[in-house]
Unconditional design. Structure first.
Length: 270
């Protein structure tokens, strides 16, 4: 199929924003914002719907974003993913609200270690078909480590073949931000892309540093056509210079036959 463009709706304090990766913390200090939209979350969801860009993600960056997330999901039910504060207790509610899949990071980690009880509990609640694991990572030494808690804390989990194969038993997709370059429009992490293409047994969506069509071509090259991608602040719809229309035209995210609107399927099978 080749790489797909997966659009995003990042929410902070109920508004669509683009934030520099790693600058959001519990203290609320040092936040670096690239863009704040005057448009609603539903506007962006309808835009993605009109361009047939299925598989995009709605990310709640901290509290105060649930209403905004539901607004986006209701604008295109059954075709967007949602993440941010997802647990086994509330995952089913988000699927009922119109999410195609839920995206989870911090819930499956405890004190920097993979919490297998939470992972299995979550997968049992959603089924692997509806679960995306966010394995966003930072480099330390010669390895990439998954970071949790708004990308502030290093876990002990490294991105390698054995770990990805194990986690693929519970999820259908991985979302992986290259946190050190995320939001900086300074170029992609080619080494991480090569690692994912070589080791990941399920589809991956890469984010970080994309600022041009040349970067997208490099993702196709280093990701061997296997790695999908998402773009934030570089797009003109988020105040950047890269044409959303051009990127959307180059992608093919036609919704899968099983991605039916929840308007017609009020009892989704988990």
């Amino acid at each position: 199929m080749g790489a797909q463009f997966r659009p995003c709706i990042d929410l902070h304090n109920g508004r669509v924003k683009q934030i520099v990766g790693g600058s959001l913390n519990d203290a609320g200090t040092g936040l670096q914002t690239n863009f704040v939209s005057e448009l609603s979350p539903a506007y962006y969801a309808r835009l993605y719907r009109d361009h047939h860009l299925a598989g995009g993600h709605v990310i709640m960056l901290g509290p105060g974003n649930q209403a905004a997330a539901r607004e986006a999901l209701q604008a295109w039910p059954g075709h967007l993913q949602v993440g941010g504060g997802i647990t086994a207790a509330n995952a089913g509610q988000w699927l009922d609200a119109g999410a195609d899949r839920v995206i989870v990071t911090s819930y499956i980690f405890s004190d920097g270690e993979l919490n297998e009880h939470h992972l299995k509990e979550l997968a049992a609640t959603t089924g692997s078909r509806h679960l995306v694991l966010d394995l966003s990572c930072r480099r330390k030494g010669d390895q990439y480590f998954v970071v949790t808690d708004r990308w502030q804390k290093f876990s002990s989990l490294t991105i390698n073949r054995a770990n990805l194969e194990y986690l693929a038993g519970y999820a259908e997709e991985f979302l992986i931000h290259a946190v050190d370059v995320e939001g900086r429009q300074a170029g992609i992490d080619a080494e991480l892309l090569e690692l994912l293409a070589r080791c990941a047994p399920v589809p991956c969506v890469y984010a970080g540093g994309i600022s041009s069509m040349e970067d997208i071509a490099r993702i196709e090259h280093f990701g061997a056509g296997k790695i999908h991608y998402t773009i934030g602040s570089a797009l003109d719809i988020f105040g950047g210079h890269l044409s959303f229309e051009t990127v959307a035209t180059c992608s093919n995210n036609t919704p899968r036959p099983d991605q039916r609107s929840h308007e017609f399927d009020q009892q989704p099978q988990y």
